[in-house]
Write a protein that binds this ligand. Sequence first.
Ligand SMILES: [Zn+2]
Length: 413
Amino acid sequence: MINKQRIIDRFISYITIDTQSDPESQTTPSTEKQWVLARKLADELQEMGMTEVSIDDHAYVMATLPANVPHQVPVIGFISHFDTSPDFNATDIKPQIIEDYDGKDIVLNEEKNIILSSEYFDDLKQYKGQTIITTDGTSLLSADDKAGITEIMTAMQYLIDNPEIPHGKIRVGFTPDEEIGRGAHKFDVEKFGAEWAYTMDGSQIGELEFENFNAAKAIVKVRGKGVHPGYAKDKMVNSQYIAVDFINSLPRLETPEHTEDRQGFFHLSSMKGDVEETLLEYIIRDHDLGHFNARKEMMQDLASEICSQYESDCISVEITDQYFNMREKIEPVMHIIEIAKEAMKEANVEPLLKPIRGGTDGAQLSYMGLPCPNIFAGGHNFHGKYEYVPVESMQKATEVIVKIAEMTSMKYK
Ligand SMILES: [Zn+2]
């Protein structure tokens, strides 16, 4: 059994180091302070007896647990990110540990009257009787993704301490800047050298994800003609009215607030304009590649249709792809999902497969040649003061890593 207190101690030693990333920065890592945890992790990996421990110029940390079986086993990897979201205060995190949670509201901060309500956040209730780590209401917790790091580190230590558990070569990778969408882009897939990997970066216990959105952004530029309003008859073209026509031509119910599961959408994220010019910014999301492409075409078609009523090129639509659904890269290697599912069952965790309504580093890595589904790390309410993590979920995630290592080696015997 994975020792609970060790998990708590390790987790707290990581979350009390501020590693917030910064989307404004152009460097990797985006903030100097991320080096502190990167170096600490590299030192700890070395101390526990991992080999090939490396930390590169961009603070990516990698290490190896050598195989302890004589037969050939594919090299597998486990990955998480050590940066913390810039969405909320991440300095001076003061965790609270609630033992034997009673299922009721948790007072995070009495003075500021900040309460983690089990009515509003009803996922909490399923953790009755467990040990919950929360914030003090003034910062986020950074269980995203220091829970993942804790689990991977603890699992490696466990495999080292219990050499009778058979496993092939295991690679671990810790990345900076995931929260600003740059965790994967400088990840050296070749150096990592794994046949497949798992990010430990999901939320509630049981989550196993290998589908995410296809994503693009669209900049819609509408051009008008400004003329003195008193003498504008048959001359003025007001770009804002054309923009409104464009907006209203898109399906009104295919928006984030009306969709769920595998339903895609157009999202108008910003609009600004005057008579001369109106700019609309959209994001386009769909799990299905065919539907995704149809959405992009639809925008272009609408633009030319509306323009034909005015003059030829009053609307231009510039679409840029952002990321793609990893499902396409995972489907040819579905055994890596099967192994994860079986490992969860062995650890008495019910696998919860659902499509991600967003992107993951694993999706980018999958397109870079490293198939990489996502597994739960245990936390809830990421990126804000209501973030919390049940220690038992971290224990289970650690156990799942150990089981995946063991089962992969058995499968290839
Ligand atoms: Zn994360």
